[in-house]
Design a protein around this ligand. Structure first.
Ligand code: PGA
Length: 251
């Protein structure tokens, strides 16, 4: 089964200004990435400027989150339909959003459904906390997140799942400098694929990225790891040379 290789930079709440976001977008245009699908996920306020900066390139623009409702009284939120013409897709379920906005599996499923209905691709994030891993609950947590999250996405909106990718992001590895090992990532990805299949999806066809302290130094470990199709990169995606090294590892 050949799945696409994808490397997506999640800029989170960076960089500090729109001008810097445009500079970063131009850097990405110049990042060699033959054979790898390249994406950037800027803050929503920067989406229009970044979309313009990347017009005519094959670098895909993603939102970092989307609301579950089509429109209405949701102060501060962005509806999926508002991303048309600006973004190719969106991240949902990032652990920082789950943490800060109280998203649970059902709400992430609703956000993914809203994104699919608006014609967006979805990168669905999941992963266990350190406490859950220490208690030996990693497999159970991943199974639950697939069942109650992905399994609860409106099937009509999801279609054949060709527009879905997963990102396995153990919470303890995000922004800590303590990445998982390639073996840990492979084990989690295998668990996720079998659970996707149990949910009636084609687990072997769905790309799964690893995320959590990916650097230029460790990217090749994940590029070689069985079943890992790419990386969702936070901190290192803001550094041109390091991000280019990560992309090169997956080529
Ligand atoms: P990090 O973030 O690479 O800074 O650990 C990854 C992510 O949260 O997507």
């Amino acid at each position: 089964m050949t799945r696409p290789r994808l490397v997506i930079g999640n800029w989170k709440m960076n960089p500090a200004t729109l001008e810097e976001a445009v500079v970063l977008a131009h850097d990405r245009r110049a990042t060699p990435h033959e054979g790898v699908g390249l994406g950037v996920a800027p803050p929503s306020i920067a989406l229009p400027a970044v979309a313009v900066a990347l017009r005519g390139s094959d670098v895909r623009v993603f939102a970092q989150d989307v609301h579950w409702a089509e429109k209405g009284a949701y102060t501060g939120q962005v509806a999926a339909s508002m991303l048309r013409g600006l973004a190719f897709g969106t991240i949902v379920g990032h652990s920082e959003v789950r943490r800060d906005q109280g998203d649970d599996d059902a709400r992430v499923a609703a956000k993914a459904g809203a994104a699919f209905r608006a014609g967006l691709h979805v990168i669905f994030c999941l992963g266990e906390s350190l406490a859950e891993r220490k208690r030996g609950e990693t497999d159970a947590v991943l199974a639950r997140q697939v069942r109650d999250g992905i399994g609860a996405i409106d099937r009509a909106a999801l279609g054949d799942a060709g527009t879905l990718a997963l990102a396995y992001e153990p919470i303890w590895a995000i922004g800590t400098g303590e990445a998982a090992t390639g073996a840990q990532a492979s084990a989690a990805v295998a668990r996720l694929r079998s659970e996707l299949t149990r949910q009636g999806l084609d687990g072997d066809a769905i790309p799964i990225l690893y995320g959590g302290s990916v650097t230029g130094g460790n990217a090749s470990e994940f590029a070689r790891a069985e079943g890992v199709d790419g990386a969702l990169v936070g901190g290192a995606s803001l550094k041109q040379d390091e991000f280019a090294e990560i992309v090169a590892a997956f080529r």
